[in-house]
Ligand binder design. Structure first.
Ligand code: FE2
Length: 376
């Protein structure tokens, strides 16, 4: 049974020791940052924002920052063998290294979280250039993934000290993607609850929703999931672990190919999913396809919605309803060669949940892909 829990476990009046303003950026360690940035511009509609590398005084790596509305992605590649970033890519393939969170006080964020048992990744450090200062600090989360705390109230530059603004003649239009709705972590067997505890104790998050293997299972495979949210709800991190099924769970496939725990998918919000997904498809982003039978009884399951069913079915967009409204969502295929990271595109129309009603149809679609890879 899924359980909707109290939104916040803090007592009334108790202060949030880790106030977060949302996701600041997501950094990917990749094999070829230049080409990755081009893909996210061409296919997803990001714009070039800033660059760091030897030309800006960073000798060991290059980073390309791209932006679309409130979304900032950074792609980083090491320039030489034996570099920790090169090792990361060798081990995990392209993937998410940093889920950076915006704070007013990066020193306090580091102190409060490490004091509660968070493992330090980066002690608070101040970086300055002619645009002002950015203070960064960070802690480890699951696998080799980290949370950086970014304090940039006194900074007016394009992205970060060490970067220079990128001007380019190649500026493909936006696809309407707006911000990170949630970012999901895959963790190992029996590791979901320890990481739930981590987010509760170290970061002051609450468990707002739980799914067990009865909710998320097909004939073959299963997983369990708990959704962690910070106090104001701006940052939501569902945590998945595999569950016993007849065949290999999609989470196990991920853990095998990522060589450990890491970010499974990032959900990107849009205000017009029909427009966004049409654009993404036209630009070569591949999505999971549910059978057309999914749409036959949609109206009776979901009730009245603003959209026509036909265009939703043509694009493969899924719909789910909860007590507060409904949501539209679709999932991409993995965006790198390993069957690891993928994206969700989501439009919320009141619903605050995560599409539980779609899990079965969705996981059957994932299993068809898994099976085609010989990993089921
Ligand atoms: Fe999701």
């Amino acid at each position: 049974m899924s359980t909707l829990l109290a939104a916040n476990s803090r007592q009334p009046g108790e202060a949030d020791f880790l106030p977060l303003q949302g996701t600041d950026y997501v950094e990917f360690y990749v094999g070829n940052a230049k080409q990755a940035a081009h893909y996210y511009k061409s296919a997803f509609g990001f714009q070039s924002l800033a660059y760091a590398g030897p030309e800006t005084g960073i000798k060991d790596r290059v980073s390309y920052a791209v932006r679309q509305n409130k979304l900032t992605f950074v792609f980083t590649t090491a320039l030489r063998t034996g570099h920790p970033i090169a090792d990361h890519v060798y081990l995990h393939g392209d993937g998410v290294k940093v889920l950076a969170l915006r704070v007013d006080d990066a020193k306090s964020a580091w102190k409060e979280t490490t004091m509660r048992g968070g493992k330090s990744y980066m002690e608070p450090a101040c970086f300055t250039d002619r645009y002002g200062e950015v203070v960064l600090s960070g802690i480890y989360t699951y696998g080799e993934t980290v949370h950086l705390f970014v304090e940039r109230n006194n900074y007016s530059g394009p992205f970060m000290p060490g970067y220079r603004e990128t001007k380019t003649a190649y500026n493909p239009p936006s696809t309407g993607l707006q911000y990170v709705d949630h970012a999901v972590g895959n963790v190992g067997w029996n590791q979901m609850d320890p990481w739930v505890n981590f987010y509760e104790e170290v970061m002051g998050f609450s468990n707002i929703l739980s799914f067990d293997d009865n909710d998320i299972s097909t004939e073959y495979s299963a997983l369990m999931s708990k959704v962690m949210s910070n106090g104001n709800g701006y940052v939501k991190f569902p945590i998945n672990e595999p569950a016993e099924g007849k065949k290999k769970s999609q989470v196990e496939e991920y853990l095998e190919f990522y060589n450990g725990e890491g970010v499974q998918h990032i959900a990107l919000a849009t205000n017009d999913i029909l427009q966004t997904v049409t654009q993404l498809r036209d630009r070569g982003v591949e999505f999971l396809q549910v059978p057309s039978s999914y749409y036959q009884d949609l109206r009776s399951r979901i009730g009245t919605i603003d959209e026509d069913i036909r265009p939703l079915a043509d694009l493969g967009i899924l719909v789910d309803r909860d007590e507060e409204g409904y949501l539209l969502q679709i999932f991409s295929k993995p965006v790198e060669d390993r069957p690891t990271l993928f994206f969700e595109i989501i439009q919320r129309k009141g619903a605050k949940s995560f599409g539980k009603g779609n899990f079965k149809a969705l996981f059957e679609a994932i299993e068809r892909e898994q099976s085609a890879r010989g990993n089921l």
